[in-house]
Write a protein that binds this ligand. Sequence first.
Ligand code: SF4
Length: 273
Amino acid sequence: MFDKFKEAILKEYPRLSPESKFKFACHKGLSCFTQCCGDVNIFLTPYDVLRLKMALNLSSGEFLEEYTLPPILAGEKLPVVLLRMEDDERKSCPFVTSDGCSVYEDRPWSCRMYPLGIASGKTAQRADGEEFCFIVDDESSCSGLNEGNEWTVAQWWKNQGIDLYDQKNESYKEITLHERFREGKGLEPAKSHMFYLACYDTDRFRGLLLESSFLNRFEVDDEIIEKIRTDDEALLDFGFDWLRFSLFGEKTIRIKGDVADEKKRELGIDSNN
Ligand code: SF4
């Protein structure tokens, strides 16, 4: 279904540039107010999960269990996290109220983007496919379109704080667009589980780093260890470095033996000694 939708977007939807203009306003007086907050697939990025769990004062595990669908950790695809809609007639978002979004300041990336969507022509064969914005809905389902202020795409981006979300998700995006995944190679269950912990269940990932033999095996500066302990964003950044190291063999993390060997090499000592 997603493939068909993507095909239609690539073929039929007008492509917007940063300077393209549209009119949009969403407010309580509209007949469709909050209707778009139901019966919708909302994929959560790692930074979305981090912001929401902090806003709700929950651990990552508590948030994921209460508000998201169980991930598929075995199979060809990378695990994704979807917001779990309520089991009511409208399949409402758990955060929608009659006054609007109860987590507005920390709403997910895709909610900030609305009424814009983003599509990419990137495929396994083509890494440089153009990325472009389009208007997700039409006036028959969204009466906020052609209401209120006129925006350029670039102005909307700034107004909705999307830049910050993009910046925080940059490493995640690079990992998910890695050649390995574009070629359709999946992850074995243990690595898939690790991916899920590092990206989403970050409090459990923190426990794994600090309470296992991890720090005996890998060289991590004291300053970074302290940040991992206390700073969720730094922990997420470390998780991305760990994934680059463990999935693609990039030198983003150093093994203690390697560090010792490097020092020996610098001093001209045979590392077998
Ligand atoms: S998070 Fe907020 S804006 Fe997004 S669907 Fe739910 S209620 Fe609507």
